[in-house]
Design a protein around this ligand. Sequence first.
Ligand code: TRP
Length: 334
Amino acid sequence: MLDGKKVLFSGMQATGNLTLGNYLGALKNWVSIAEEYETFYSVVDMHSITVRQDPAELRRRARTLLTLYIAAGLDPEKNCIYYQSHVSGHAELAWILNCFTYMGELNRMTQFKDKAAKHADNINAGLFTYPVLMAADILLYQSDVVPVGIDQMQHLELTRDIAQRFNGIYGDVFTIPEAYIGKVGAKIMSLQDPAKKMSKSDENPNGSIYLMDDPDTIVRKFKRAVTDSEGCVRYSQEQPGIRNLIDIYCACTGKTPAETEREFDGRGYGDFKMAVGEAVVSVLKPLQDRFADLSKNKDYLDGMIRANTEKAQYYSNKTLRKVQKKVGFPERIR
Ligand code: TRP
């Protein structure tokens, strides 16, 4: 708890270009729940270097992502928006937690196994201990809730195990975080293969809508989206392509699938795809405009980053000092 509110932490990596899936599935949700919590939304750039990155590119993407948080509607005066790498407590706590995490636990992480297979030439120790850094992110702010996708649940479970283990030895040091349950964001699939999640790392750019795609590109990608053979707009398991488009349409318009079926009753796929494209443009265009404005306002952004970094440092240090004392590090001389 912080100022009478529960603490919420989440983070995103600045790798790849953010997609409509990231927005509708996560970022939009972050905005809608932000008021209820004391929030920390981090750009987790330290996680990104577990796979090789181009430095200039990483720096540019991190700035873009942070700007997008604000453009999407997170007020930086109320939400602590910052770069993970600017707050040294993440690395310091991660080291300590490494000493309370078992090799066997990390070996079981399915994301590690997947990534190790994908980057067989660079299975570094950071990739292995990635979940410990994530645990440090969360525990550093005494977070109560963490909105995460299903793919990160195993890491959150591990975070809880580590925190409980630590508390078991040293007393109540960490708040035990819970997964944010409640309104979950829409799960958006690839426009070219509705069996696959829409992904920032898809090799086929037509499968994903990027947040920075211009209106023409967006409409064109929807026109090309894979549909099914039934020819009618119906929300069913047998029509995964149309089902995905209905999900996107509903997430953008606030309508329900049933309303959408009625709206497009007797009309073909062409009409519907056009409408989905326009609905997406009407959501992304204002975001892109705000992004462009913010990007022009360097001083404002820099000021926000500076102030929020200090805030994050302040709260993280409180936890860190407590933990350092518990494990037996000498007191600091003032
Ligand atoms: N690992 C998360 C992902 O790739 C990002 C992340 C890092 C995170 N630290 C976090 C998410 C802490 C929630 C809380 O999606």
